[in-house]
Ligand binder design. Structure first.
Ligand SMILES: [Zn+2]
Length: 287
């Protein structure tokens, strides 16, 4: 009797933390595809990986043609929907492709695109198979976040600009309560910036979620403006936040280099991310 009584609270506590090891394993599988820049065979494999993984979920493929400095490039966003009881939608997003202009180095984007793809796959495992108590949660895997040649407003964020425009035209944006972007937050040395174009109340809500787990020091110690996939949604008035760690390796030396490999990513960082994302979803449902 006593052993049972002791075991019960322990197992309950064990379940309160997100499974970062599983997110890392998904990341490993995805990154094993190799470079996945637009028009590459690796990109086709990455598309097939997402299509196969989410085949039993409400998956929408959002194919479009991007007008880029190298001409028309076919691109494809993936949207996975998990329905909730409340009327409204929370979007969690990442990008999944790697940089076209890094095609001549072995750039696999383990942290940049890979880790947050694994993170969203592991979050999906927590959302699947039930009607959520709060808002519906839509996971979005953007294509074409990275520049084709070099970053400008028109050579970057192809997938998010396309989807925000489409959802603006068809009225979907009016249902989006919050847009939450994850980028480069698998880094073992996790220090997430307070991105200055993000919506203040949503930043405060994420801060509150982090505090619950004692993760305050990983979040928002520095403020910086970052151009990323949240901006097309910010510009259309959608409450949005970019949860990004743009400080990757000594003097940022792993960012957009062949050093962005799986050994720089940790299950611990992904567990922190997952805990905070799921708690943020819960808090949003109470608003
Ligand atoms: Zn990048």
């Amino acid at each position: 009797m006593m052993a049972v009584a002791l075991a019960a609270p322990m197992s309950t506590q064990a379940q309160t933390h997100f499974n970062g090891a599983k997110a890392l394993e998904y990341t490993r599988q995805f990154v094993a595809i190799g470079p996945r820049w637009p028009t590459s065979p690796g990109h086709v494999k990455a598309e097939q990986f997402l299509r196969s993984h989410f085949q039993h979920d409400q998956l929408e493929e959002d194919a479009f043609t991007a007008n880029t400095p190298i001409g028309a490039v076919p691109m494809r966003n993936f949207i996975v929907r998990f329905p909730g009881k409340k009327n409204g939608v929370i979007v969690l997003a990442t990008h999944y492709e790697t940089n076209y202009y890094l095609k001549n180095i072995n750039f696999v984007g383990a942290n940049d695109g890979g880790a947050t793809t694994g993170l969203l796959m592991a979050i999906a495992d927590q959302l699947r198979g039930k009607t959520l108590d709060g808002y519906s949660v839509w996971l979005v895997f953007f294509d074409g976040e990275e520049a084709i040649q070099s970053w400008t407003d028109s050579d970057s964020t192809y997938g998010s600009r396309h989807l925000a425009a489409r959802w603006g035209r068809d009225g979907t944006l009016g249902r989006v309560k919050a847009f939450i972007l994850a980028d480069m937050i698998g880094d073992k040395d996790l220090d997430i910036q307070r991105e200055s174009q993000s919506t203040d109340w949503l930043v405060a809500l994420v801060r509150q979620a982090a505090k619950k787990f004692g993760y305050d020091h990983y979040f928002f110690q520095k403020e910086e403006a970052v151009s990323d996939d949240h901006l097309p949604f910010v510009r259309r008035g959608v409450p949005s936040i970019d949860i990004i760690d743009l400080d990757y390796g000594p003097n940022n030396s792993y960012h957009h280099t062949a050093k962005d490999t799986l050994d720089k990513v940790s299950a611990k960082s992904l567990a922190i991310d997952g805990d905070v994302f799921l708690e943020t979803i819960r808090l949003l449902g109470q608003r």
